[in-house]
Design a protein around this ligand. Structure first.
Ligand code: SAM
Length: 310
């Protein structure tokens, strides 16, 4: 397993903000209903959420299973578990929500415990996602489901979004993609997880003997245009501005450097990348201040389900 020092502490503010702002507009309301129907989530179900963070999956789908239902959030972070339990007072009405600190590789539940064992944005950070999927299969009841919601961030990073900032030259574009691919290799070497995992899970589920494997893609699109009238736009602009006035930008750049070096990248080349990133940051910052920044891009968030054979 990953050396503790390389593991992300999701309770640290540098990471925790990912579990709050972006979660607000992760899923369209109509899509949430479609996903709940697709997963056949019904009142009274027992759902185990592995790597639950602040309980996002609990409060997002509670309206579909909460009446008489049982939600068990598990996370290795005791700090997050405590906070999630406190927050659940606002949403877990009519059923039970329990939070346990525990390890995804050794879940604190007996065999066949849950109707659904689910995780979101967990496997992408683990060095052995297959073992965790096996563990989720153990905990799901026969005929129950193992569900995984994971992005393919590698492919998303190689997409070309529309933005209001000047286009990169062909050389710069290729250079940036090279950095992305080297960092991807570096993350794997550091045991920080597979950012390409979303597209691999259906195959892994098949290998693990799950039945009726089915896949959906989140249809949320990030579309931000002045004068930023929607709630999503306001949230996005606020987050981006904060990103640049705090140390977050430098912090993320240093994380990228560690991955780049671990992936076999040349430190000098990284300094070229740093210059490019800072130049782009300054243009975006100016456009944010002037109120003329815009962007349109999709994510690659996969919903994958498989049934445990009866
Ligand atoms: C990116 S967060 C996702 C949280 C939540 N599922 C969500 O989508 O908002 C990943 C979570 O997995 C937890 N985690 C990472 N490795 C774990 C492990 N081995 N066992 C249990 N939880 C783990 C982290 O503490 C963190 O809360």
């Amino acid at each position: 397993m990953t050396d503790k020092s390389e593991r992300i502490d999701w309770a640290d503010e540098k990471w925790k903000h990912h579990l709050i702002g972006p979660r607000k507009f992760m899923l369209r309301k109509d899509t949430r209903t479609l996903i709940a129907q697709w997963l056949d989530i019904t009142p009274g179900m027992t759902i185990v959420d592995v790597g639950c963070g602040l309980g996002y999956l609990g409060y997002t789908y509670w309206e579909f299973f909460g009446e008489g239902g049982k939600y068990y959030g598990v996370d290795e972070s005791e700090e997050l578990i405590e906070e999630a339990a406190e927050l659940s007072g606002n949403w877990a009405v009519g059923g039970e929500a329990h939070f346990k600190s525990g390890d995804a590789y050794s879940l604190p539940f007996e065999d066949d415990f849950a109707d659904i064992a689910i995780c979101q944005a967990l496997l992408m950070h683990l060095d052995d996602p297959v073992e965790v999927l096996k563990e989720m299969k153990r905990v799901a009841r026969p005929g129950g489901q193992v569900v995984s919601i994971e992005p393919d961030n590698l492919s998303a990073s190689l997409h070309k979004p529309y933005t209001s900032i000047p286009e990169l030259t062909m050389e710069e574009e290729l250079f940036r993609n090279k950095i992305t691919l080297i960092c991807y290799k570096g993350r794997l070497k550091l045991g920080k997880g597979d950012y390409n995992i979303g597209v691999k899970i259906p195959h892994i589920m098949k290998e693990l003997g799950l039945d009726d494997i089915d896949i959906r893609l989140n249809d949320q699109v990030c579309f931000v245009e002045p004068p930023y009238e929607s709630e999503m736009e306001t949230e996005y602009i606020g987050n981006r501005k904060k990103h640049f006035i705090t140390e977050q930008f430098e912090f993320e750049l240093e994380e990228t450097k560690k991955e780049f070096i671990a992936g076999g990248g040349d430190p000098q080349e990284f300094e070229e990348f740093r210059k490019l990133a800072i130049r782009r940051r300054d243009v975006i910052k100016q456009q944010l201040d002037d109120g003329n920044f815009s962007i349109c891009h999709s994510n690659q968030l996969f919903y994958i389900r498989g049934t445990k054979p009866a």
